[in-house]
Write a new protein. Structure first.
Length: 241
């Protein structure tokens, strides 16, 4: 993290914002708004995000930092999701990556999901907030099999989750604590669909993929493993400067 001095203020800066951050959904906005803005600044400009179903900004609860007016992204667990058009910016290849967010789940579907890039039953990957058919909750990914599963945080509480690939090894972190490393060397090039809060098209057999709860500060960083050991979760919203 670097710092920008503006007058008498010191403002945090993200050294990867203009080079590697391909999506940054801060969830800011008015209650009930379906305008979800991408604050990333890589070449090509912000992505267009479309809210499906009842996905919307909510100020009904405070964000992870105690701010009750800023807004978070709400999903009711039945047919809600966000989509953004296919874009090669989401093609991780075999390089490092970091997918992270704050999530607050009200309940857990069988395969409740934060993000899917490409069809996960094909050549894509899905980042699960619950996986492996464990009703108690595991985070992890599915890419030709479940990988990196570890215990999720408690329901009805904000939990910071991070899925980090570094040199072909995936580590999933919950509130800054990493699970066991797992091999993940797949070459991810399929970006035909990008879905947040579910899988492509939602769940056709009931809301088993649909996230029920809230997401805040979803950040996707391509080519960088932001965390390589246990860390203190963010104490403020991610910077967009």
């Amino acid at each position: 993290m670097s710092w920008l001095i503006t007058g008498t203020q010191r403002v945090a800066q993200d050294p990867y914002l203009y080079t590697n951050t391909v999506l940054l959904l801060k969830g800011d906005g008015a209650n009930g708004s379906t305008t979800i803005l991408d604050s990333s600044k890589v070449a090509g400009g912000p992505k267009t995000v479309t809210a499906v179903g009842n996905a919307q900004i909510s100020t009904a609860i405070a964000d992870p930092f105690g701010n009750s007016t800023r807004g978070v992204i709400a999903f009711d667990g039945t047919g809600d999701r966000l989509t953004t058009p296919s874009d090669s910016a989401f093609a991780f290849g075999t390089a490092d990556f970091t997918v992270e967010a704050w999530i607050r789940e009200s309940s857990r579907g069988q395969y409740a999901s934060l993000l899917e890039i490409g069809p996960h039953l094909g050549s894509g990957i899905i980042f699960l907030t619950n996986g492996g058919n464990n009703v108690n909750g595991n985070i992890g990914v599915y890419a030709n099999g479940f990988i990196g599963l570890q215990a999720a945080g408690p329901l009805n509480s904000w939990n910071h989750v991070a899925y980090v690939r570094a040199s072909g090894q995936l580590v999933c972190y919950v509130n800054g604590v990493g699970g066991a490393p797992a091999s993940l060397t797949n070459n991810f090039t399929n970006t035909t669909t990008i879905t947040i809060g579910s899988k492509d098209g939602g769940s056709p057999v009931g809301p088993v993929y649909d996230l029920s709860g809230y997401i805040d500060d979803l950040r996707i960083t391509k080519g960088v493993a932001r965390y390589t050991s246990n860390f203190t979760p963010p104490t403020a919203p991610f910077p967009d400067i």
